[in-house]
Structures are given as C-alpha cells and as structure tokens.
Design a protein around this ligand. Structure first.
Ligand SMILES: Nc1ncnc2c1ncn2[C@@H]1O[C@H](COP(=O)(O)OP(=O)(O)OP(=O)(O)O)[C@@H](O)[C@H]1O
Ligand SMILES: [Mg+2]
Length: 340
C-alpha cells in the first residue's frame, strides 16, 4: 500500500504543537513528504530536537500514522528551522560580571582581529541598556535598512571596516534613557539576533552588558553560542564579579562553553615607549584568575591611551594598526579560533 500525501497531511493535522498553538501542518512544520510502498517519510521542523516536548511530538506523529495506515514504516527527520542565524557559523559572547572592564573594547577589537585574518565577521551590541558599538565604530545616527520577505521584516546590518554591525543603539534615540524591563530587553535582543539578515558569516561577536541577568540568560537559552570570552582587569575587586559570570556560563542549566579569560589593562605601555610594560595592578593576575576558574588564559591586553581615544573617535584602534596592541588582540583571536 502506498499512502497518499494528501491523506498523510490530513492525519497529521491531529498532531498539536502547543508552543505554536497550532497543529504541525498548519504551523508549517511538515516538509518534503515522500511516500512509497508501506512508507511515509518527511522532515519535521523543530528548534531543539532533544527537547522532551519535541520528542513527544515525533512519537505522536508516528503513532497517529501507524494507527491510520497500519504497520508501515514512518521515517520522521527532525530538521532545524532555517533562520537568519542558520548561516552564522559561530556565535561568540564577550562578557564579564563587571562593568567598565573593557568588554566592548575587547569585543570590537577581537572582531577586527578576526576580520583581518580573513574571516567574515558580524558584531551585535547586546548591551541594550548602554550600547557602545555605534560609538566605537563611528556609526552613530546610521540606521539599518529594512526589507520585507514572506510577510516578515528583516534588517540589513550596517557595514563598517568590513564588519556587519547591529545594535539597539541604531534604532533608538541615544539621548533617551532606556529604562527597559527584563522581557522587553530580551525580546529586543531576540529581534536583533533573528531579524537581522546576517548573510553567511564565520563569527558573530556579541558584546554583552555587564552582569548575569536576563540578557545573558536569554542568549544562553535561546541561541547556540559556540563560546564565551570572559573579560577581567587585574584587580581582585573585578575578579569577584568576573568569577560570578564565569560560573554562570559554566552552570549546567545555562551552558555556554567558556573559551577563556582575557586580562584587559594588564599593564601600561606609554605610546612613546612601546617596549615598556608597567604592571600597575601587579603582574600575572589574569593567569592566576584563569587557573582558579579552571579555564584557558587567552591573553593580556595592555592599557594604552590610544585604545580609549580610538574608541571614542569611532575607529577601533587595531584597525589598520600593526603595533604591539594589535598583536595582543591577534593573539587572543588566534586562541579563540583554536579553541572553537
Ligand atoms: N586596554 C585599554 N586601554 C585603555 N583604555 C581602555 C582599555 N580597555 C578599555 N578602555 C577604556 O575603558 C572604558 C571602558 O571600556 P569599555 O566600554 O570597553 O568597557 P565595558 O566593560 O564594555 O563597559 P560597560 O560595562 O559599560 O559595557 C572606555 O573608555 C574604554 O575606551
Ligand atoms: Mg560595554
């Protein structure tokens, strides 16, 4: 007996998928039906195949087809949905429990270092409360273009220095304070991630806000993040908060792999004496912190007045610069690539 495709669809309309408040056919989760002698095969679009409720849907669909067609082979192929993130190879989150340690600076210059090595790079400013990517890339006031496809609106990232940029800061008036509550902030993040047409890119570097709150949880639970880069400064007071962030990411329920620790402002190098290193806050603290956390040490970034002024002027310091600071960021980038 060869079942008819029409009948298969009719029967599958009895399988309800609660998260979408619909049955799997109307929710457009059933794709590419094939039928043969005592055989039904189709793809079922599911965001997370290992999720218990999704396993239940697969079982349910099998059972209902067997109940109707008797003892036939039912082959259901769970398939991830095609989204704007499907062509993004790796998401890297740059995070820290502490504010002001240089997350954005490290994220931006890491993105530049990756792009310099020939990778296709995107950058998302997830700091909904204090976006800094538009300032650091000099794209303040530039708004992403939008287009409609299949009834949905997508945003085209702003390109600068060969990097595709998106930030909530591009869509709101910078003079308006963003007093957003958790659910609004996380839905803004989800929108920026999924409704941006990233195209094919190798790395999406995400600049995280400080702390261990809603945004961190949202990213961890809804997106497949390849790894996080944790930023600290050499001071012990910074480390207390940094440890909290690292432990959050290592926690089972959150589960973003921690790639390692970057020690920012590790030493001071005056720009007129590029070979000098003054360890103002003590030497080797980053390595010690990394050891204590049981994570790799990714490298030390010097404190350099040009890093700060370049960020303010809207050109990442390492862009087109080949001095020791750029070398330090490139070393971190190489480690990240190696670990991923
Ligand atoms: N290595 C460095 N040398 C000199 N200045 C630096 C360095 N790293 C960061 N800064 C400066 O320190 C300030 C804070 O850096 P940045 O904004 O990157 O920190 P952040 O952790 O992202 O802060 P926030 O928690 O507010 O997001 C900025 O003015 C930046 O230019
Ligand atoms: Mg920041």
């Amino acid at each position: 007996m060869i079942p008819s495709k029409q009948k298969v669809l009719e029967i599958l309309k009895d399988v309800v998928y609660f998260p979408k408040g619909s049955n799997i056919v109307d929710a457009e989760m059933v794709k590419d039906i094939e039928v043969g002698e005592n055989l039904v095969r189709f793809k079922l679009v599911l965001d997370d195949v290992d999720d218990e409720k999704n396993k239940f849907v697969v079982e349910n669909a099998k059972k209902i087809l067997n109940d109707n067609f008797g003892d036939i082979d039912v082959d259901i192929i769970p398939t991830a949905p095609v989204t704007m993130l499907s062509k993004v190879k790796h998401i890297i989150a740059v995070a820290s429990g502490k504010g002001g340690v240089g997350k954005s600076t490290v994220a931006v210059n890491l993105a530049v270092a990756l792009a310099t090595q020939g990778f296709r790079v995107g950058m998302l400013d997830a700091d909904i409360y204090g976006p800094s990517v538009p300032i650091m890339f000099g794209t303040e006031g530039v708004q992403p273009e939008c287009y409609d496809k299949d009834g949905k609106t997508y945003m085209v990232p702003v390109q600068k220095f060969g990097i595709k940029l998106m930030s909530i800061g591009m869509m709101v008036d910078p003079s308006q304070p963003l007093i957003w509550r958790g659910p609004m902030a996380t839905s803004a993040l989800t929108q920026l991630m999924t409704e941006t047409d990233w195209g094919e890119i190798d790395f999406l570097v995400v600049d995280m806000p400080p702390g261990t709150g809603d945004i961190q949880l949202c990213l961890a639970q809804n997106f497949k993040v390849s790894g996080s880069v944790i930023v600290t400064t050499p001071q012990k007071v910074a480390f207390a908060d940094v440890r909290r962030a690292a432990n959050m990411f290592k926690h089972k329920g959150v589960s973003i792999p921690v790639l390692g620790l970057v020690e920012n402002m590790a030493y001071f190098t005056p720009s007129d004496m590029p070979d000098k290193k003054y360890y103002i806050f003590g030497q080797g603290h980053g390595k010690e912190f990394a050891e204590e956390l049981g994570i790799p040490f990714l490298g030390a970034i010097p404190m350099d007045e040009n890093i700060a002024s370049a960020g303010d002027k809207g050109t990442p310091y390492t862009f087109g610069n080949f001095g020791p600071v750029t070398a330090a960021f490139e070393k971190v980038a190489r480690k990240v690539i190696e670990l991923i």
